[in-house]
Each structure stands twice: as C-alpha cells, then as structure tokens.
Design a binder for this molecule. Structure first.
Ligand code: AGP
Length: 594
C-alpha cells in the first residue's frame, strides 16, 4: 500500500505535492519522490521520508507534477526503486500503487524489444509499456498499455511534452479532488482535503484525462460521468478512512489483507500452494523464533505445519533462544517478525545463521534488516500497520503459516483442495464477523468493568487465548492472562472469583467436550464466562454468561475468526475505558532494543 498523488492547476505543483505526500505517509514511508513538468521532467526521489526529500528540492514554478510515498513490495527501499519511474527517453514518468502480477514476463518482452530497466520494481514496466505505444497521445498509449497488464494498479502518468495527467485504476483506490481551476489526484482522501472537499472516486477500469480546466473519464473507451461527493471528515478522520482509530481501521482491512496474502501463492488451476521455497529433503525439523504477537502466530503455525506435513516443529521466544543452548540439527529456522527490525528476533536470526542453519524470515516490511540477514524471505502483505497493537499483520502471519503448511502438506489432493477452498472463503467469513461488531461492542461494555481477566483455549486455539489476553492488556490496561484451559486447575483457579471473568474459546474440534468441562469447573468458582463459539452451537449457551458468535469454519482455520473476535473485544473494551488505543503507554511498534 503506497500513496500516489498528482497535481495540475493554477498553483505551483511542488509544495502541493509535498503536502499531499505528507498526508499519505500512513500508507507507506520507506521512500518517496516527485516529478515536475518542465522543459524536461525534473525528478527528485530517494529512500527517505518526504520531509528529508523536501530539503533537497530546488525552486520550481511548474503547475503540473506527480508524487509517491512508498511501501515496498517489489524491490527494497532505495533511490533507484523509489517512484516516479520513467521510460527510456525520460519523457514519461509514472507513480503507481498496487502489484503488477505479470511484470516479469512484460519486463522480459520489453527488454527483448530494446527497453532498458533500471530498478527491481514491478512498476517500471508501466512507463516502458506506455513508451512502446506512444504516438503523441498519452491517453491512447495508456489505454493500450493497460491491456497488457494483469494485477492491481492505480497510477498517474505524465509526459514532458504535455501539460496534463492521465490516470488509470484497477483494484487500487484513486480519488480526484476537484478544485477551482485545479485537480488533485490521490490514493486517498486525506491528500486532497487541504485544497477541496469535493472528490470523485474513479472505478475499476476507469481512465481519467486531466488538465487544469477539464477532467474526462472513460471506461473501456466510452466516456463516463463519475459522481462528485462532498467529504464531511476532518483530516484525522480521513486518514483513518472515517474510523475513530487506526486499530479498528486495520481490523476492518483484514478481509482484503487475507486475500492479498494468499493471492499469488495459490494456483488457480489446481489445489497447489507454491511459495517458491524448496523443501529440504534432509530437513530434521523446523524451529520458529519470534516475539510477542508474532510468537503467538508461530504457535498456531506449529499446529498446522505438524498436522499437515508431519514435520516436527519447535517454537521458541527469540529473546529466550538467544541465551539458550537449543540443539540445532539439520534444523530449518523460521523467524516471524512484522517489522523485520525487532532486536531480539534479529539476534536470534544471526545466531541461527551462524550455527549453519538455513533461515527464512516471514515479515511485512520489504528491505527490513531481517530480510538482509535471512537466506530466504516470505512477505505478508498487510500494508503499513500504524497502531502499536498488531492486528492485520497477525492475521496475515497466520495465513502465511497456513500456506507454508499447505505447500509442504503430505495430505491427499482432496483434503488439500478442501482446505484451500476454505482458505479462499475466509475473507467473507471475517467480513461476516466484522458486520456484527456491534454485538461484540455490547459485550465489551461488560468486560470494561473488570481489572483482571483470563483467556482460555485448547489445542490450536490456546495461542489465540494468549493473543486475546495480549491485545486486551496492551490497549485497555486490564491485567489479562492467556492459559491452556487444562492448566487453570493447576494454580490459577485460586484467582477465580466473581470479579475475574474468563473468556473461553470453544471451537468445535476434538477439544470441544473438554473445554465445556473446563467451563463448568470455572462456573463452579462463580467466575463469569464469555464464550467465543460457532454459529449454530446452541449447547454452549447453557453453561456460560455470554456468547460471542463466530462464523463456522473448518476447525483448522478457527484461530482466524476467533482472533478477529478477540481483537474487536479488546478494541471496544479499551474504547469503553477511554484508552489511547493507537499509542498505548510504554509500548513501541517496533522494539529495536534487547
Ligand atoms: C503486538 O501487538 C505488539 N506490538 C508486540 O508484541 C509485537 O508483536 C512484538 O514486538 C513483535 O514485533 P515484530 O512482529 O515486529 O517482530
């Protein structure tokens, strides 16, 4: 998820572009750049934040330009990989948000046709394709170029010989700010709000031709009218897409994040997952290392990989591994880290590598330190996560670990096909749950009254009890503990009173009957119980005080819907208590010290 902008109008473009990019930095901030129309295109770009780039800009009076702030997906953050990208002549410049899925084939073809590529990005194929079809009319060249592209995109193109912009959109967001003798193109509303509250949303397949005085939209070659809307939001609201906090905004992004994470790895033709990661035949076992929420995702990964591929999996907290004598045979070490910068995880990665282990990192940040240490990298595509409490990155980590298990699965084709079908249905299941968030908000009003809460689960959902407790702790400041349901009677029972609610994960798998028994034991100690249970499970109501219903899924995927339910419970509980949800005290998004 990057931020793209474009300006054509009565003002000087440079300060407008810089300001718009600052408003979009929550979409990505590992590098940025602008291009301004002049006799030749004037381009500034580097692997820095917009504030630093701003200092390097020379005065420029141009009224037309484009800009970009990046969240790298293809090609690490660097000056070369930063946008705008240009064609061979340097006359065509493009900024892009999205993923060009067939860029390798296009790059190969264009190289054969004599085009020279400078970067590792997927985006650079766009200006070269436009150049290939350019015969003096930028709109026609763009219309022809997008025929060759598959994938998601929103891009703005400009040509040195013409004072205007051409934009195109497919699956990535693009809005046009309508001003008096000016237009501002952007990935999202916050960029335009300093100039106008009148916006037009382009639709998939639309091409927009913009000059200072006119906007013309076409779709499949036919002229189309797009409705103008007035934006009632403040700047802060707009950056959160109308949500009150980045956390709830990021929770609502999860159906798209799940789709984005598995897209590209599941074959459309057969029930096969291909991660491009070869399976070591002499592999003795897998050791997963991580911290915090990433560690809990890894515990779910252990369950799934072992049950689907019969490869032994160990999981250790990275900071403990760093001081342990963990035995490493022909162990394949996997480090899971959203930021790719967590000091404990980096140290563990180095230690594993120095011990001669093959290493893989699963991360959300392209070009992060961990990707430069590990032998191989798998990217989750959650996009930038602003809220300190991890939500969408956790779900994306789960999906990537499911994909790893399926890629190495020794299960039969039929059961693999069944699991892949279920995986493809997860975004809709999660959306169903999000559509009923009000019910969970009601439960949160009850939970917000307490200072101590237990979360219990069994099997593949024990790690989700840990994650639920961590989320509640982090943002509501309620003391919460996650426990294997079978462990309560070995001590914590002593803490159970009517003032210590217990949230019990009651998935309909081989642990269901035992969880019910544990719930009866908890109720016998008069603690209130909130159950997270499946739709259609009428049995559970008899034993608990409240039930949060989650959509029915294959038990192996129950951690996903259960985790989203607990994210919502934590969010609304913290909101009920008036906590600073996005920036909780004493915490940092990336812990770069040991
Ligand atoms: C989770 O909400 C926290 N922000 C924290 O536990 C986090 O998961 C941990 O610091 C690990 O971060 P990483 O995934 O970036 O390595």
């Amino acid at each position: 998820m990057c931020g793209i902008v474009g300006y054509v109008g009565k003002r000087q473009a440079q300060p407008v572009l810089v300001n718009c990019l600052k408003r979009l930095e929550y979409r990505g901030y590992d590098s940025c750049g602008i291009a301004l129309l002049g006799k030749n295109l004037e381009i500034y770009k580097d692997a820095v934040r917009i504030e630093s780039l701003e200092k390097s800009l020379r005065p420029n009076s141009s009224h037309t330009g484009i800009g970009h702030t990046r969240w790298a997906t293809h090609g690490k953050p660097s000056q070369i990989n930063a946008h705008p990208h240009t064609d061979c002549s340097g006359k065509i410049a493009v900024v892009h948000n999205g993923v060009i899925e067939n860029y390798l084939q296009l790059k190969e073809q264009l190289t054969k046709e004599g085009h020279t590529f400078r970067s590792d990005t997927d985006t650079e194929v766009i200006p070269h394709l436009i150049e290939k079809y350019y015969q003096g009319n930028l709109e026609q060249a763009v219309s022809r170029a997008i025929v060759d592209i598959t994938g998601s995109y929103a891009f703005v193109a400009m040509h040195a010989d013409w004072r205007g912009l051409v934009v195109a959109r497919n699956e990535s967001p693009l809005v046009l700010g309508v001003g008096d003798k000016e237009y501002i193109v952007a990935s999202d509303v916050p960029a335009v709000l300093d100039y106008t509250d009148r916006v037009i949303y382009l639709e998939d397949g639309d091409i927009g031709v913009i000059t200072e005085n006119a906007l013309r939209c076409t779709s499949n070659g036919k002229q189309v009218e797009r409705t103008e809307h007035r934006i009632p939001w403040s700047m802060e609201e707009a950056q959160k897409a109308g949500h009150e906090h980045f956390m709830i905004k990021e929770i609502h992004e999860q159906p798209r994040v799940i789709r984005n994470t598995y897209k590209g790895y599941i074959s459309a033709l057969e029930p096969v997952v291909n991660l491009g990661i070869a399976k070591n035949t002499d592999l003795s076992d897998i050791l997963i290392l991580a911290c915090g929420t990433s560690y809990y995702a890894s515990l779910v990964g252990k369950h799934v990989i072992q049950s689907l591929s019969q490869i032994p999996v160990r999981v250790e907290i990275a900071s403990e591994f760093n001081y342990s004598d963990t035995v490493l045979g022909k162990t394949w070490v996997v480090v899971v880290t959203q930021s790719g910068e967590t000091a404990d995880s980096l140290r563990a990665l180095k230690k594993a590598k120095e011990s001669g282990c093959r290493t893989l990192v699963i991360t959300n940040v392209v070009g992060s330190t961990a990707t430069r240490i590990a032998d191989e990298t798998l990217y989750i595509t959650a996009g930038p996560e602003i809220c300190v409490a991890a939500t969408k990155s956790f779900i994306a980590q789960l999906i990537m670990l499911y994909l790893l298990a399926l890629a190495w699965s020794s299960a039969g084709v039929r059961s693999r096909a069944g699991l892949i079908t279920e995986l493809r249905q997860l975004p809709n299941k999660v959306q169903e749950l999000l559509d009923r968030e009000e019910e969970i908000a009601e439960q949160a009003k009850y939970l917000a009254r307490y200072e101590n809460v237990f979360f219990v689960g069994r099997g593949i959902n024990f790690p989700i009890a840990l994650e639920g407790a961590l989320k509640l702790k982090e943002i509501s400041y309620i003391h919460a503990e996650g426990y294997p349901a079978g462990e309560l009677k070995h001590g914590p029972f002593a803490l159970l009173t009517p003032d210590t609610p217990v949230v019990a994960l009651a998935a309909r798998d081989n642990t269901y009957e035992t969880i019910l028994a544990n719930i009866k034991e908890i109720k016998a100690r008069e603690s209130p119980v909130i159950a997270i249970a499946e739709e259609g499970d009428d049995e559970i109501d008899k034993y608990v005080d409240f039930v949060i219903r989650v959509p029915r899924v294959d038990p192996v995927f129950s951690p996903v819907v259960n985790a989203v339910a607990l994210q919502l419970l934590a969010y609304y509980t913290a909101r009920e208590r008036g906590c600073p949800i996005d920036t909780p005290r004493n915490l940092a998004k990336s812990v770069t010290v040991e």
